[in-house]
Design a protein around this ligand. Structure first.
Ligand code: ADP
Ligand code: MG
Length: 238
């Protein structure tokens, strides 16, 4: 677990400002959901926290340590994407073990960690399969397994359910709530699904056009949206 301190973090691509300087403090173990219209900078903010993107300005601390210049693998964060990004030629077990292999974790310890993650995510029966022999929900569970196998302090999820059908989305929503309790990790979760945001979040961050518009508890935002953009993102009666 770790707090995340975003201080004046901003991103420009050439002349375009994609993320205006942003301040955001996320508590240890908090479940924060980011919502906002397509193109408003949600993925960019996650990528800055993960280190997949370098900021144009500002600082980032995780667990009290300044990681602005740290490599992605050295931040204690892991990311789950909308497209599962699994390796098609590797089995489920090998996909989950991959980050451990890269980190040169010994074989016996790798096997132990993979078994524990598979158990937590109901994947034990599927460990020998390859991704093409899995359903969408199973694939997404594998990509979550791969993300949590190194015990991240912060788990970043970028629209993890948007490729799944409605029934499965509801089930997986409960999975995420359970996973959050079990891991105790700080979670930052991007979605455009209002129900997901309302049910999962300790706090919701509403973004619009590269800025944070409002931050608050779900019911507070719903009852008192500060702008039409927030009302639209949260689904409150305008
Ligand atoms: P969201 O996830 O909220 O849909 P993104 O963070 O993906 O939004 O993108 C925000 C804006 O930044 C968009 O206008 C997008 O076109 C732009 N953008 C994202 N990545 C790049 C890039 N590598 N180069 C130039 N523009 C980018
Ligand atoms: Mg996005």
């Amino acid at each position: 677990m770790a707090s995340v301190e975003i201080a004046g973090l901003g991103k420009r691509f050439g002349a375009a400002t994609v993320l205006h300087p942003t301040d955001l403090h996320i508590e240890d173990g908090e479940f924060v959901v980011i919502v906002g219209p397509s193109g408003c900078g949600k993925s960019t903010l996650l990528r800055l926290v993960s280190g997949l993107e370098q900021p144009s300005q500002g600082r980032l601390s995780i667990g009290g340590r300044d990681v602005t210049d740290a490599a992605p693998a050295d931040r204690g964060v892991a990311m789950v994407f909308q497209s599962y990004a699994l390796y098609p030629h590797l089995t489920v077990a090998e996909n989950i073990a991959f980050p451990l292999k890269v980190a040169r974790v010994p074989r016996a310890e790798r096997d132990r960690r993979v078994a524990a993650v598979a158990d937590a995510l109901d994947l034990t029966e599927l460990l020998a399969r390859r991704p093409r022999a899995l359903s969408g929900g199973q694939r997404q569970r594998v990509s979550i397994g791969r993300a949590i196998v190194r015990d991240p302090k912060v788990l970043l999820l970028d629209e993890p359910l948007s490729n799944l059908d409605t029934g499965l989305r509801v089930r997986m929503r409960h999975e995420f709530a359970r996973l959050h309790q079990r891991l105790g990790a700080t979670m930052i979760y991007v979605t455009h699904d209002q129900l997901e945001a309302m049910t999962l979040a300790n706090r919701i961050v509403v973004m619009n056009a590269g800025r944070v518009e409002q931050v608050g508890a779900p019911l507070d935002l719903y009852a008192r949206p500060a702008s039409l953009a927030v009302a639209a993102a949260i689904g409150s009666p305008a």
